[in-house]
Design a protein around this ligand. Structure first.
Ligand SMILES: [Fe+2]
Ligand SMILES: [Fe+2]
Length: 238
């Protein structure tokens, strides 16, 4: 058996909290990254590999500042949107967070992970990254870090870019009045980037769960306020 084969089949145990990751865990993340990239190849760009990569980068910054377990956080950041393509394909009938959490054991076991606690902790982070009351709030520090890392990518300049990308993909208008936006249904022509800002993005800053996340959100929030004021001015839709 070659060295790479041995590495692929080696059982992976969780890293110790706050002490960095052992070689087995680093190897797992390399293989997990390759697997996630492959699975996200056909996902639309607002939830593609680039988004997952940005969430992982945010998560690394947050986990260092907050002292979270790096293996749980990075694995969950990589896996958090695996169910997105299915949810977008059926226009929201599937909850991608619940589907993603169900996929976690299968993906990690295929990569040689035998630590049931690690699998459960990662799956918990994936399930609660999309916070809804019936699924429960992110309760572990790791789940809060993954939640904040994902939400940070939905605000600021990147959040605006993603909102316009999504609106374009579903055929929505470039911009509309606040009354038209807030009265509109999801996936309709009035489901604009501005609607996304009004009903979701402007609320994100105050809903983040870690002190570091809230600090990083502040500048992004202020940029969105400036952008949409300017857009209203230029389109005479103030
Ligand atoms: Fe998500
Ligand atoms: Fe995401």
């Amino acid at each position: 058996m070659g060295e790479r084969d041995r590495d692929r089949k080696a059982p992976v145990k969780a890293g110790r909290r706050g002490t960095g990751m052992p070689g087995g865990a680093r190897g797992l993340l390399v293989r997990l990254e390759a697997e996630v990239r492959r699975r996200l190849e056909t996902t639309p760009a607002c939830h593609d590999w680039d988004h997952t990569h940005r969430v992982r980068v945010n998560a690394r910054q947050l986990l260092r500042a907050e002292g979270a377990d790096p293996l749980v956080v990075e694995a969950a950041a990589l896996l958090h949107d695996l169910g997105r393509a299915v949810e977008m394909g059926d226009q929201g009938k599937t909850c991608h967070a619940e589907l993603g959490a169900r996929l976690v054991p299968e993906v990690l076991c295929d990569l040689g992970v035998t630590d049931a606690t690690l699998i459960r902790r990662v799956a918990d982070c994936v399930r609660t990254h999309r916070y809804r009351a019936r699924r429960g709030a992110p309760d572990s520090l790791e789940a809060k870090v993954v939640y904040d890392a994902d939400k940070l990518d939905s605000i600021g300049a990147v959040g605006i870019g993603r909102a316009f990308h999504f609106a374009g993909r579903i055929g929505a208008r470039l911009h509309n009045h606040a009354e038209e936006a807030t009265a509109a249904a999801s996936y309709s022509r009035e489901d604009t980037a501005y609607r996304e800002y009004l009903v979701k993005l402007r609320l994100v800053r105050d809903r983040l769960l870690t002190a570091t996340g809230r600090r990083l959100a502040e500048r992004r929030h202020r940029f969105m306020e400036r952008f949409f004021r300017r857009l209203a001015e230029e389109t005479r839709m103030a």
